[in-house]
Design a protein around this ligand. Structure first.
Ligand code: ATP
Length: 211
Protein backbone atom coordinates (compact mmCIF):
# COMPACT_ATOMS: atom_id res chain seq x y z
CA UNK A 1 0.00 0.00 0.00
CA UNK A 2 1.19 3.52 -0.84
CA UNK A 3 0.93 5.78 2.13
CA UNK A 4 1.34 9.52 2.07
CA UNK A 5 3.79 9.81 4.94
CA UNK A 6 3.30 13.57 5.23
CA UNK A 7 -0.24 12.80 6.49
CA UNK A 8 1.00 10.87 9.51
CA UNK A 9 0.73 13.16 12.57
CA UNK A 10 4.00 13.93 14.31
CA UNK A 11 2.81 12.42 17.59
CA UNK A 12 2.11 9.16 15.75
CA UNK A 13 5.47 9.27 13.95
CA UNK A 14 7.22 9.67 17.29
CA UNK A 15 5.66 6.45 18.60
CA UNK A 16 6.64 4.39 15.56
CA UNK A 17 10.11 3.43 16.85
CA UNK A 18 8.49 2.13 20.06
CA UNK A 19 6.09 -0.03 18.10
CA UNK A 20 8.86 -1.09 15.78
CA UNK A 21 11.14 -2.35 18.52
CA UNK A 22 8.40 -4.38 20.18
CA UNK A 23 7.17 -5.87 16.90
CA UNK A 24 10.70 -6.87 15.98
CA UNK A 25 11.02 -8.80 19.21
CA UNK A 26 7.66 -10.47 18.54
CA UNK A 27 8.78 -11.49 15.05
CA UNK A 28 12.05 -12.82 16.46
CA UNK A 29 10.09 -14.98 18.86
CA UNK A 30 8.01 -16.37 15.97
CA UNK A 31 4.71 -14.53 16.62
CA UNK A 32 2.71 -13.56 13.56
CA UNK A 33 -0.06 -11.52 15.08
CA UNK A 34 -0.62 -9.19 17.97
CA UNK A 35 -3.69 -7.57 19.50
CA UNK A 36 -3.84 -3.87 20.26
CA UNK A 37 -4.26 -4.64 23.97
CA UNK A 38 -1.11 -6.78 23.96
CA UNK A 39 0.79 -4.01 22.18
CA UNK A 40 -0.68 -1.46 24.54
CA UNK A 41 0.55 -3.37 27.58
CA UNK A 42 4.05 -3.71 26.12
CA UNK A 43 4.64 -0.18 24.88
CA UNK A 44 2.49 1.61 27.50
CA UNK A 45 0.35 3.47 24.97
CA UNK A 46 -3.43 3.11 25.34
CA UNK A 47 -5.03 0.82 22.80
CA UNK A 48 -7.36 3.50 21.35
CA UNK A 49 -4.27 5.56 20.48
CA UNK A 50 -2.60 2.52 18.94
CA UNK A 51 -5.67 1.81 16.81
CA UNK A 52 -5.77 5.44 15.67
CA UNK A 53 -2.01 5.45 14.94
CA UNK A 54 -2.23 2.27 12.92
CA UNK A 55 -5.28 3.47 10.98
CA UNK A 56 -3.13 6.21 9.40
CA UNK A 57 -1.30 3.59 7.43
CA UNK A 58 -4.24 1.39 6.64
CA UNK A 59 -3.60 -1.28 9.28
CA UNK A 60 -7.10 -1.62 10.65
CA UNK A 61 -6.70 -4.85 12.54
CA UNK A 62 -9.32 -7.58 12.54
CA UNK A 63 -11.56 -8.34 15.48
CA UNK A 64 -10.41 -11.52 17.14
CA UNK A 65 -7.23 -11.60 15.04
CA UNK A 66 -5.37 -8.38 15.81
CA UNK A 67 -2.60 -7.07 13.58
CA UNK A 68 -0.31 -8.88 11.24
CA UNK A 69 3.20 -8.50 12.66
CA UNK A 70 5.01 -8.88 9.32
CA UNK A 71 2.81 -6.34 7.57
CA UNK A 72 3.34 -3.80 10.34
CA UNK A 73 7.08 -4.37 10.37
CA UNK A 74 7.47 -3.98 6.62
CA UNK A 75 5.53 -0.72 6.82
CA UNK A 76 7.58 0.59 9.73
CA UNK A 77 10.80 -0.38 8.06
CA UNK A 78 9.90 1.75 5.08
CA UNK A 79 8.68 4.65 7.17
CA UNK A 80 11.59 4.64 9.54
CA UNK A 81 14.11 4.04 6.76
CA UNK A 82 15.39 1.04 8.68
CA UNK A 83 17.29 -0.13 5.65
CA UNK A 84 19.31 3.07 5.49
CA UNK A 85 21.96 3.81 8.08
CA UNK A 86 21.71 7.33 9.44
CA UNK A 87 25.08 8.69 10.42
CA UNK A 88 25.20 10.59 13.67
CA UNK A 89 27.86 12.68 15.35
CA UNK A 90 28.26 13.61 19.02
CA UNK A 91 29.81 16.79 20.36
CA UNK A 92 31.08 16.84 23.96
CA UNK A 93 32.68 13.64 25.20
CA UNK A 94 32.08 14.21 28.94
CA UNK A 95 30.36 11.74 31.24
CA UNK A 96 27.08 11.66 29.33
CA UNK A 97 28.76 11.81 25.91
CA UNK A 98 31.04 8.92 26.85
CA UNK A 99 28.08 6.84 28.01
CA UNK A 100 26.25 7.48 24.74
CA UNK A 101 29.34 6.56 22.71
CA UNK A 102 29.70 3.32 24.61
CA UNK A 103 26.00 2.59 24.19
CA UNK A 104 26.00 3.67 20.54
CA UNK A 105 22.43 2.57 19.95
CA UNK A 106 23.58 -1.00 19.63
CA UNK A 107 19.98 -2.27 19.61
CA UNK A 108 19.27 -0.36 16.43
CA UNK A 109 20.96 -1.30 13.22
CA UNK A 110 20.07 1.88 11.42
CA UNK A 111 21.60 4.60 13.58
CA UNK A 112 25.24 4.84 14.46
CA UNK A 113 27.46 7.48 15.99
CA UNK A 114 30.31 7.64 13.48
CA UNK A 115 32.48 10.35 14.97
CA UNK A 116 32.69 12.55 18.04
CA UNK A 117 34.18 15.98 18.74
CA UNK A 118 35.63 17.67 21.77
CA UNK A 119 38.20 20.35 22.58
CA UNK A 120 39.94 18.70 25.54
CA UNK A 121 43.47 17.63 24.68
CA UNK A 122 43.23 14.39 26.63
CA UNK A 123 40.13 13.34 24.63
CA UNK A 124 40.99 14.39 21.08
CA UNK A 125 42.71 11.53 19.25
CA UNK A 126 41.19 8.84 21.50
CA UNK A 127 38.50 6.33 20.60
CA UNK A 128 35.50 5.27 22.64
CA UNK A 129 34.02 2.00 21.48
CA UNK A 130 35.02 2.28 17.86
CA UNK A 131 34.18 5.96 17.60
CA UNK A 132 37.07 8.35 16.95
CA UNK A 133 37.18 11.71 18.76
CA UNK A 134 38.33 14.69 16.71
CA UNK A 135 38.97 18.30 17.60
CA UNK A 136 35.97 20.56 17.18
CA UNK A 137 37.84 22.76 14.72
CA UNK A 138 37.73 19.84 12.24
CA UNK A 139 33.95 19.62 12.54
CA UNK A 140 32.87 21.19 9.24
CA UNK A 141 35.27 19.23 7.03
CA UNK A 142 34.65 15.89 8.78
CA UNK A 143 30.85 15.94 8.85
CA UNK A 144 30.34 17.48 5.40
CA UNK A 145 27.82 15.46 3.36
CA UNK A 146 28.31 12.54 5.73
CA UNK A 147 26.43 13.13 8.94
CA UNK A 148 22.72 13.91 9.28
CA UNK A 149 22.20 14.19 13.01
CA UNK A 150 24.22 15.76 15.83
CA UNK A 151 23.94 14.86 19.50
CA UNK A 152 24.90 17.71 21.81
CA UNK A 153 26.38 16.83 25.20
CA UNK A 154 28.56 19.89 25.88
CA UNK A 155 28.31 22.23 28.87
CA UNK A 156 25.22 24.47 28.58
CA UNK A 157 27.17 27.72 28.19
CA UNK A 158 28.79 26.59 24.92
CA UNK A 159 25.71 24.85 23.53
CA UNK A 160 24.47 27.77 21.39
CA UNK A 161 27.74 28.58 19.60
CA UNK A 162 28.28 24.87 18.94
CA UNK A 163 24.71 24.54 17.67
CA UNK A 164 25.52 27.43 15.30
CA UNK A 165 28.55 25.46 14.01
CA UNK A 166 26.39 22.39 13.57
CA UNK A 167 23.79 24.35 11.61
CA UNK A 168 26.47 25.96 9.42
CA UNK A 169 27.75 22.51 8.51
CA UNK A 170 24.35 21.70 6.98
CA UNK A 171 23.09 19.29 9.64
CA UNK A 172 19.31 19.60 10.05
CA UNK A 173 18.68 17.60 13.21
CA UNK A 174 20.06 18.09 16.71
CA UNK A 175 19.40 15.96 19.78
CA UNK A 176 20.09 18.43 22.56
CA UNK A 177 20.97 16.89 25.93
CA UNK A 178 22.08 20.21 27.43
CA UNK A 179 19.73 22.34 29.52
CA UNK A 180 20.20 25.24 27.05
CA UNK A 181 17.29 26.27 24.82
CA UNK A 182 18.74 26.54 21.35
CA UNK A 183 17.87 29.06 18.65
CA UNK A 184 18.12 27.53 15.21
CA UNK A 185 16.68 28.36 11.77
CA UNK A 186 13.18 27.06 10.96
CA UNK A 187 14.46 24.25 8.77
CA UNK A 188 16.51 22.71 11.60
CA UNK A 189 14.80 20.34 14.00
CA UNK A 190 15.89 20.21 17.63
CA UNK A 191 14.68 17.57 20.06
CA UNK A 192 15.47 18.41 23.63
CA UNK A 193 16.19 15.79 26.28
CA UNK A 194 16.91 17.32 29.65
CA UNK A 195 17.48 14.33 31.92
CA UNK A 196 17.37 16.31 35.18
CA UNK A 197 14.04 17.88 34.26
CA UNK A 198 12.63 14.50 33.28
CA UNK A 199 13.74 13.04 36.59
CA UNK A 200 12.38 15.99 38.59
CA UNK A 201 9.09 15.80 36.76
CA UNK A 202 8.85 12.06 37.47
CA UNK A 203 9.49 12.71 41.17
CA UNK A 204 6.86 15.48 41.16
CA UNK A 205 4.28 13.11 39.68
CA UNK A 206 5.31 10.38 42.10
CA UNK A 207 4.64 12.70 45.04
CA UNK A 208 1.53 14.48 43.81
CA UNK A 209 -0.27 12.08 41.51
CA UNK A 210 0.12 8.57 42.92
CA UNK A 211 -1.29 5.93 40.58
P1 ATP B 1 33.76 15.45 32.42
O1 ATP B 1 33.77 14.79 33.76
O2 ATP B 1 34.46 14.67 31.36
O3 ATP B 1 34.15 16.89 32.43
P2 ATP B 1 31.03 16.32 32.20
O4 ATP B 1 29.91 15.70 31.42
O5 ATP B 1 30.80 16.67 33.61
O6 ATP B 1 32.25 15.35 32.00
P3 ATP B 1 31.01 18.89 30.91
O7 ATP B 1 31.67 20.03 31.59
O8 ATP B 1 29.53 18.86 30.83
O9 ATP B 1 31.64 17.60 31.49
O10 ATP B 1 31.59 18.82 29.43
C1 ATP B 1 31.22 17.80 28.55
C2 ATP B 1 32.27 17.67 27.49
O11 ATP B 1 32.21 18.80 26.62
C3 ATP B 1 33.70 17.60 28.02
O12 ATP B 1 34.35 16.50 27.45
C4 ATP B 1 34.33 18.90 27.56
O13 ATP B 1 35.69 18.72 27.24
C5 ATP B 1 33.52 19.19 26.31
N1 ATP B 1 33.55 20.61 25.92
C6 ATP B 1 33.62 21.68 26.72
N2 ATP B 1 33.62 22.81 25.98
C7 ATP B 1 33.54 22.40 24.69
C8 ATP B 1 33.53 23.08 23.46
N3 ATP B 1 33.57 24.40 23.38
N4 ATP B 1 33.47 22.33 22.34
C9 ATP B 1 33.43 20.98 22.39
N5 ATP B 1 33.44 20.28 23.52
C10 ATP B 1 33.50 20.99 24.66
Amino acid sequence: MDIDQTKIPQATAKRLPLYYRFLESLQASGKHRVSSSELSEAVKVDSATIRRDFSYFGALGKKGYGYNVNYLLSFFRKTLDQDEVTKVTLVGVGNLGTALLNYNFSKSNNTRIEMAFDVAEDKVGQKIGSVPIYHLNEFAERVANEVEVAILTVPAHVAQPIADNIVESGIKAILNFTPARLSVPDDVRVHHIDLSIELQSLIYFLRHYPL
